[in-house]
Write a protein that binds this ligand. Structure first.
Ligand code: FMN
Length: 382
């Protein structure tokens, strides 16, 4: 295989297309086709667009030829899974698994499908989203709407099997509906979905930190509850590695106690972190419900990545998430201890070429600093 980075012409086309997409998204697509609609409508249209275009092979070929930047410095192996690059789509944008073909051809290293739940789930009443462009942030109050893990995991398996290089992870959460009962009911909900996912994706991510559900977050409220959950999940035989999606708004002591529990279980990675609940210093209408993505998550998330890496070293692979808009920000997460980096908000605010902007930029930062592989930079600032 020839890498784009090693072919003068392919590299030049890739760079020019990325710049063109960046300009076109900012000045044409975003104002006229995305931000002129409410975020709920724009979100539905984006999913439909991905579903339709993913079925047009010549378009996917073109996308791949123009946008997919490949470079050996970005290749990495984490938790026994091989990635073309460390960048992934974070959980929540592709709840029902409509986007993998596009993600694969655009050159994502992986995508996290879901979060999905054992029963189909309508989620919270709309609006689900509010835009906060002044903070590069989205207020999210979806409440885990999805088609149910039975269907979503079957789609994820098919997408993973067919993908050229995309690794597919499935995020599993607890159903947010009126049937949600006590802790044991919640544990059984997770167990059912994990059983369905066993062996059918590259990774699974257990989401214990959704801030927008009726049942709250009992599994991050105390180490004992988390221990009960994972004692049951340990009984599900599965070949793929398991990550846990961690909450952002915990003191380090509380966060560390949760990690200490996970270290005793069949958990290989932690995804740091979920949405920001703290609105301090931000001007946000009081009646807007939900958690914040993007800018307001960046610093707190980096701090947790750094401390986790420092204290737990190689025990967990870390997926760093939150407010990654530039290659420098992705690099900072990696240097703080993240082996993988996920994002959503930067796609919404900057456009689909963002994956290429991040890959090209990260490759050049790594080479500037003398690293032959991205894995060599993991945690060197921690
Ligand atoms: C539209 C949207 C929906 C989300 N839904 C989920 C979800 O279902 N499960 C989950 O674990 N995280 C969910 N999140 C949180 C993201 O996965 C991520 O942790 C957070 O947005 C920070 O990353 P970002 O700053 O790159 O957006 C959602 C975020 C957004 C913006």
């Amino acid at each position: 295989m020839t890498y784009v980075s090693e072919s003068f012409w392919h590299d030049a086309v890739n760079k020019a297309t990325t710049d063109l997409f960046t300009f076109g998204y900012k000045h044409i697509v975003k104002p006229n086709f995305v931000f002129n609609h409410t975020p709920d409508v724009a979100h539905d249209q984006m999913i439909e667009f991905c579903r339709v275009t993913g079925n047009i092979p010549p378009l996917m070929w073109l996308l791949r030829e123009m946008l997919n930047y490949t470079d050996p410095v970005l290749e990495t192996s984490v938790m026994g899974v091989d990635f073309a690059n460390p960048f992934g789509l974070s959980a929540g944008l592709d709840k029902n698994c409509d986007m993998p073909v596009l993600m694969d051809n655009a050159g994502f290293g992986f995508e996290t499908v879901g979060s999905t739940t054992s029963r189909p789930c309508a989620g919270n009443p709309k609006p689900w989203f509010h835009r906060l462009p002044e903070y590069d942030s989205m207020m999210v109050h979806v409440g885990l709407a999805n088609d149910g893990s039975d269907k979503v995991i079957a789609r994820a398996e098919q997408a993973w099997t067919k993908a050229r290089s995309l690794q597919v992870s499935v995020s599993i959460a607890r159903t947010n509906d009126d049937l949600a009962g006590d802790i044991d009911e919640g544990i059984e909900d997770y167990r059912i979905s994990l059983e369905r996912a066993a062996g059918r994706s590259a990774m699974v991510e257990i989401n214990v930190s959704c801030p927008n559900t009726r049942a709250g977050e009992p599994f991050t409220e105390s180490p004992e509850n988390l221990d009960r959950l994972f004692s049951v999940l340990d009984t599900v035989d599965r070949p793929q590695p398991t990550l846990v999606k961690m909450p952002l708004n915990k003191s380090w002591e509380e966060f560390r106690d949760l990690l200490a529990v996970l270290a005793e279980h069949n958990v290989q990675g932690v995804s740091i972190a979920n949405l920001q609940k703290d609105r301090t210093g931000l001007e946000i209408p009081r009646d807007w419900e939900g958690g914040l993505s993007g800018g307001p998550t960046y610093r707190a998330s980096n701090e947790l990545v750094r401390r986790t890496y420092r204290e737990f070293g190689d025990r967990f692979a870390i997926a760093g998430i939150g407010g990654v808009f530039t290659p420098e920000q992705a690099y900072a997460k990696i240097r703080s201890g993240a082996s993988l980096v996920m994002f959503i908000s930067s796609l919404m605010y900057r456009g689909p070429q963002q994956i290429t902007v991040l890959k090209r930029g990260l490759a050049s930062l790594l080479k500037r600093d003398g690293f032959a592989h991205v894995s060599e930079a993991v945690g060197i600032d921690a």
